[in-house]
Design a protein around this ligand. Sequence first.
Ligand SMILES: C[S@@+](CC[C@H](N)C(=O)[O-])C[C@H]1O[C@@H](n2cnc3c(N)ncnc32)[C@H](O)[C@@H]1O
Length: 253
Amino acid sequence: MDISYLEAEILQRSERRIVSTAIDNLRYYNEKIYRYLKRADATQVLYIGIGHGHDALLALLDNRVEKIIGADPYISCDGNDEEDYGKLLGLVEHYSLENRLTLYKGTIEDFCASRSDLRFDAIFMLDVLHHIFITRSPITRSPLADLAVETFRMLRSISTDTTHLIVSEKTRRGLRPFLSRIGIRYSSADYSTKQQFTQWNRLARKGGWRLSHLHNYVPHSFRRFKFLENTPLGRLTLCDRYLAYYLPQASSP
Ligand SMILES: C[S@@+](CC[C@H](N)C(=O)[O-])C[C@H]1O[C@@H](n2cnc3c(N)ncnc32)[C@H](O)[C@@H]1O
């Protein structure tokens, strides 16, 4: 499969958005987020807030998954705009993936209301929760807590008993947020609106999900320090992102 067109699009977007990423980083990220999802089980997955969709598209090209539905209202200040939407449609056409990647232009709330008939093998929420629920307070103590629990419940309504829910979020505390707060390290992330893992976890549990695995995300450039994935040291040093893998709680008899 010739991925040069996707590579060119990634490069162009990196320049437009002043972010740096490359196909190797995306492939590494996909390896992590798909790590507990067997290919045989990945028939249909949902990307909430799919955005530029380069990671999703690469997952299809690498045959990690059969079909993807992406839901995103394309809110410009959240990092993806009309241009990203148009570019993703262009990529889908270029790679003739019309039967494997469907885009729904709207919020996850509207998607669930209009497509309650669908069920997914996996649901990805990658860098999205803190865009839907924006607060500088710990979210469990904010008025948004109940709404977030409602969203997790809503996701249960489009799940089976074996659906995987994968959440990727940045941390609020740790070395990297600290260095960026005191101005030593540049980061485009506003760490003050991010939540510690325990915050989202409490709400996900109330919404009907149970944690199966939790890992620090070791950035691609530090990938040789893989051991940091599973130690508090990772959270406190090089890793400012966590990946949380959920399964549905057993339904009551
Ligand atoms: C930071 S971007 C993440 C994009 C992509 N998932 C990634 O990891 O690069 C956050 C995305 O969430 C989307 N978003 C915001 N509110 C949403 C909602 N209520 N439902 C679905 N997506 C939403 C935004 O439009 C934006 O594309």
